[in-house]
Design a protein around this ligand. Sequence first.
Ligand code: NI
Length: 255
Amino acid sequence: MILTDTHTHLYSEAFDEDRDAVMQKAIESGVGRFFIPAIDASYIPSMLNLKASYPERVFLMAGLHPTHVKENYAEELEQAREMLETHKVYGIGETGIDLYWDKTFLKEQQEAFRTQIRWAKELQLPVIIHCRDAFQEVFEVLESEKDDRLFGIFHCFTGTAEDAQRAIDCNLKLGIGGVVTFKNGKIDKFLADFPLEHMVLETDSPYLAPVPYRGKRNESSYLLHVADKMAEVYGISVEEVAAVTTENSKKIFGI
Ligand code: NI
C-alpha cells in the first residue's frame, strides 16, 4: 500500500528537531510520496534541502501562499517564478485567498492568485488552491480563469457539497485531510456522493492534525488516519483508498 501526501510542509521549522525521524515514520506507515507546496521565498532553501535528502520521494512546488502576500508580493512572485524556471517543479502554489487572518491585502491576494493560475496554465502544471473564509472570492477568480488548461487541487477542502461540485467543474480534485475526521468537519456527510476519482489525500503538516491527534503537530504518518476515515466514508478498504488516491495524484502531478 502506498499513500501519497499531496500537501505537506515537512520542510518548515516545526520539524527542525526531528525531520528525518518524522520522514522515516511516515515511510514506515506506508506514505511513500510527499508533495511540498511553497510558502514564500524564505522557505526555498529548506525545501531544496528536503528534496536533496529524499530525491525519489519529495516533489517540489513553487508559489506564494496567500497569507504571505504583503507589500512586497511582486518581488516574492519574481522569486517563485525563478524557482520554477530553475528547478523541476510539479505544481504551482499554494495560492488562493485567505480572509481568516487578515483582509488588508485582498486585492493583492487576488492578483497573486490570478498570476499563479496563469503560470500553471502556461506551463501545464496543476495549481494548488488554498481557500479560507473566501469561497466566493476564490471561485470568482477561478471561474473567470477556467478553460481546458486549468486543473489542480482544491487543497484542504472544507466547503459544502455545492462548493465541491463547483471545484470539480473547474477540473480540480478535492484535497482531503484531517478535517474529514473532525466531528464538526461536515464534509464526511456528503463526500461519498462524489466518486473517489475526484479526491486526493493530504496532511497539510504541521497543521490540521486528524483525530486522535487534533490540536497537536501534524505529520505525514498521520495520513493513515485520513485514509482510514475515507475507507469508512466510502465503505471500501483502506488499501483501495490508497490505490485510487495515489493513482489520482499521479494523474495530477504527472509522476
Ligand atoms: Ni499548506
